[in-house]
Design a protein around this ligand. Structure first.
Ligand SMILES: Cc1cc2nc3c(=O)[nH]c(=O)nc-3n(C[C@H](O)[C@H](O)[C@H](O)COP(=O)(O)OP(=O)(O)OC[C@H]3O[C@@H](n4cnc5c(N)ncnc54)[C@H](O)[C@@H]3O)c2cc1C
Length: 546
């Protein structure tokens, strides 16, 4: 019997188990992970090899249901099955996001622990910030995760200054530290590679002293008749119980945490009965509220490829290029609110200027330019990685479309049914179209853009789009090429499924700690938030339950 069972040894689960043991070594902690320990896996340490992990045995390989608003086609949504979860494959962007988003989260759930200042000690606790002279009120210097900005890593790309000037045409300024709650502007991208190598969660949050079961799938959480979590049942029928007063924590990620709750009889009774599952706790919001960021890649032909400006060119070489991605700047921007308001009103009816997406200004879009081309085939394009081309992307940071995770069977090994419902709202369409137009203006209508690229590669069958592209034409492009940024959240949302202490409503001794609890989108990439959620969860669990 354990004091605490953590289900899911992903990013959050590993942090939780490691820190719980570190702070209270006398507690027995059992961590159960469906996938293997990847410590000696050949393609994990080098971030450039992450592409080889997609569709591998370490990938749950999810496909969404056909996306109604994306030409009725499904989308591939990767999630990792392995000890350390998403930290095994992620792209290393260390992007805390905008304080306003966390403050809005705290306001919504009426719990200051989830505001920016509430989470700040935990952001700091997880990081070993690269700049020893950075503001100590914002950064940690002795946490487990090493970070580095592009310049701190020593990478010097030839286009750095040109691209900075390009982004400046958006009216944005240089931000010396975008990871201090105010990211809007042009910032040096920060990554969590250490000397160019990946730090998976379990390599920096040690699990010595924690009992770890790998390659072990959990079927359900065992609740007694008083709705107290007493343990878990594995897919092979074995049971593991917690001691009296012990805790079960679900950290199975935003797709499989709701699946596990549903398989345990916690969810919408009518959905559960469709699969012959008896309802233990009626909690209709389980699996609802799925939010995910969507992005669009655009591909550009360089005007002077002979200058060795992009990956693939033999002369694209520089000091420390292996220390991170072929990228310089991270750009975060609001969009004009007058036209955004019109779009919001199409979805919601009349709104005031105090609307949450209008106040701020909020961080509506994130953008980037890469000295490389990846993933063009998903838009039907064949662009060799030969140094002739570059790409840009932009991400809608605060989408209002919401989808769901449901179950199609009571088999725990079956994939959950994932419907992100991308691009459903007028608000999301407006924001994504704005991003498209901004990129077109930068490339076609600024001195730096004209000098940088000759033309855009247009997906087969679609017209070349210039500065006067219509909404319909832009929609065609987004419906074809829009894809996930791999940031699902919200499926066991704080406020509706769990309370501010991460306890599942209506159940005792059961918590959720992972990206599922994030109630609404954050203008960030979610690993920083997930590390901080797990760090804070340790303090909450130890102060309330042991
Ligand atoms: C391709 C990709 C790129 C990304 N890039 C970035 C980036 O650059 N920057 C950034 O900040 N974020 C990025 N992310 C997102 C980030 O990695 C995730 O938000 C984060 O890992 C989520 O953590 P989690 O603990 O919620 O879930 P996960 O890390 O997914 O962990 C869930 C774990 O639970 C296990 N599990 C599930 N069901 C069961 C079960 N029934 N029994 C036992 N175990 C189970 C899974 O196998 C998995 O290991 C990326 C993600 C992906 C997939």
């Amino acid at each position: 019997m354990a004091d605490i069972i953590v289900v899911g040894g992903g990013t959050a689960g590993v942090v939780l188990a490691s820190r719980l043991h570190q702070q209270r070594p006398e507690l027995s902690i059992l961590l159960i992970e469906a996938g293997p320990d990847v410590t000696n896996h050949p393609h994990v340490s080098n971030p450039a090899e992450a592409a080889l992990l997609h569709f591998s045995d370490l990938d749950w390989k999810y496909m969404t249901v056909p996306q109604k608003h994306l030409n009725g086609l499904p989308r591939y949504n990767c999630a990792i099955k392995g000890l350390s979860g998403g930290s095994i494959i992620n792209t290393g962007g260390w992007i805390r996001g905008d304080a306003l988003d966390y403050d809005e989260w705290a306001r919504q759930v009426k719990d200051e622990r989830w505001s920016y200042s509430g989470l700040l000690p935990y952001f700091k606790r997880s990081e070993q910030h690269f700049d020893p002279n950075a503001d100590p009120t914002q950064h940690g210097f002795d946490g487990p995760i090493h970070t580095a900005s592009v310049s701190a890593s020593g990478r010097k790309f030839r286009l750095r200054d040109t691209v900075f000037k390009l982004w400046s045409h958006l009216g944005l300024q240089y931000v010396p530290d975008a990871n201090s709650g105010h990211p809007q502007g042009i910032a040096d991208l920060v990554e969590n590679w250490r000397d160019g190598k990946r730090q998976i969660a379990s390599s920096v949050y040690p699990l010595n002293g924690v009992t770890v079961l790998t390659n072990t799938l959990v079927r359900r959480i065992l609740l007694n008749s008083e709705r107290v979590a007493e343990g878990v049942e594995l897919a092979n029928g074995e049971m593991h119980m917690v001691k009296l007063g012990g805790q079960v924590v679900v950290s199975a990620g935003a797709y499989r945490t709701p699946q596990l709750l549903l398989l345990s009889g916690i969810g919408d009774p009518s959905h559960l009965s469709e699969h012959g599952i008896q309802t233990s706790v009626s909690l209709p919001e389980v699996g609802k509220n799925l939010h995910d960021h969507m992005m669009l890649f655009r591909y550009w032909k360089l005007r002077h490829p002979d200058k060795g400006l992009a990956l693939g060119s033999p002369s694209f070489a520089g000091p420390n290029f292996e220390k991170g991605g072929p990228v310089d700047w991270l750009v975060t921007t609001p969009i004009p609110t007058a036209t955004l308001k019109v779009a919001i009103e199409k979805d919601e009816g009349p709104v005031s200027d105090d609307h949450v997406l209008l106040k701020g200004p909020r961080s509506h879009l994130e953008m980037n330019l890469l000295y490389a081309v990846f993933g063009a085939e998903t838009q039907g394009l064949q662009i060799p990685l030969d140094g002739n081309s570059i790409m840009t992307y932009y991400m809608g940071c605060l989408p209002t479309s919401r989808g769901s995770v449901t179950i199609g069977s009571s088999d725990p090994a079956a994939p959950p049914i994932i419907d992100p419902n991308y691009y459903a709202t007028e608000t999301d369409k407006h924001v994504m179209r704005e991003g498209f137009r901004m990129h077109s203006r930068l490339m076609f209508d600024t001195p730096e853009g004209k000098e940088l690229v000759v033309e855009e590669y247009t997906p087969p069958g679609l017209p070349t789009l210039g500065l006067n592209a219509s909404d319909e034409q832009i929609d065609q492009r987004i419906k074809l090429g829009g894809s996930t940024v791999f940031h699902p959240g919200g499926t066991a949302a704080m406020g509706s499924v769990v309370d501010g202490s991460l306890k599942v409503k209506g159940v005792r001794n059961l918590r959720v700690v992972d990206a599922s609890v994030i109630p609404q989108p954050l203008a960030s990439h979610y690993q920083v938030a997930v590390y901080a959620i797990a760090e804070q969860a340790v303090d909450i669990i130890l102060s309330e339950s042991f």
